[in-house]
Design a protein around this ligand. Structure first.
Ligand code: HEM
Length: 153
């Protein structure tokens, strides 16, 4: 595959990853703040669905297209910008996997509260806080990778 096609795939999957991730985080954050169980259940279902439909494929496409670009351009992990980027990517993918697990747990807790017609308890909101923390560190790592990919320093 030629350079521009690969770069197009690589950058498109970045847009999908950061766009869907950021959007999902914003809507979930706002719906959790509403404390409205119906709204929270609906948003949690959509966030989990968006992860399977959009984030998972782009999380896989990102390193695949990245390593193909590396081969094509003759780069190696001896370049510090690439080495640090790959380490940050592994770190943020691990955080993302934990966040996915928390999202599924939050969805199930909210569904139970909806079924039992009661408000969400502090267990749910504790998970929300962990999820926000993971999101902040993951976004910082992604921001760092973006910087390194563009400036290559
Ligand atoms: C294991 C993961 C990754 C690897 C191995 C990788 C590798 C690469 C390579 C080799 C290039 C081509 C550089 C050039 O044209 O000289 C590139 C471009 C780029 N990458 Fe990645 N990448 C990875 C993940 C990411 C992530 C997570 C982001 C965003 C947060 C990202 C954003 C970009 C951007 C914006 C470009 C275009 C830079 C430019 O054309 O100046 N990459 N990547």
């Amino acid at each position: 595959m030629e350079y521009t096609t690969l770069l197009f795939i690589h950058v498109t999957s970045v847009i999908l990853l950061l766009g869907v991730g950021g959007g999902s985080a914003f809507y979930k954050f706002m719906s959790d703040r509403s404390k409205n169980v119906e709204v929270i259940v609906h948003t949690n279902k959509l966030v989990v669905l968006a992860d399977w439909l959009f984030t998972t494929p782009s999380v896989l496409l990102q390193p695949i297209s990245g390593f193909m670009l590396m081969n094509l351009m003759g780069y190696s992990l001896d370049s510090s910008w690439l080495y640090i980027s790959v380490m940050l990517y592994i770190f943020s993918t691990l955080l993302w996997l934990v966040a996915v697990y928390l999202q599924i747990r939050m969805k199930n807790i909210a569904l139970l509260a909806q079924k039992e017609k009661r408000a969400l308890d502090e267990v749910y909101f504790r998970l929300v806080n962990y999820w926000i923390g993971l999101g902040v560190f993951s976004a910082l790592a992604m921001g760092g990778i973006f910087y390194l990919m563009v400036f290559k320093i």
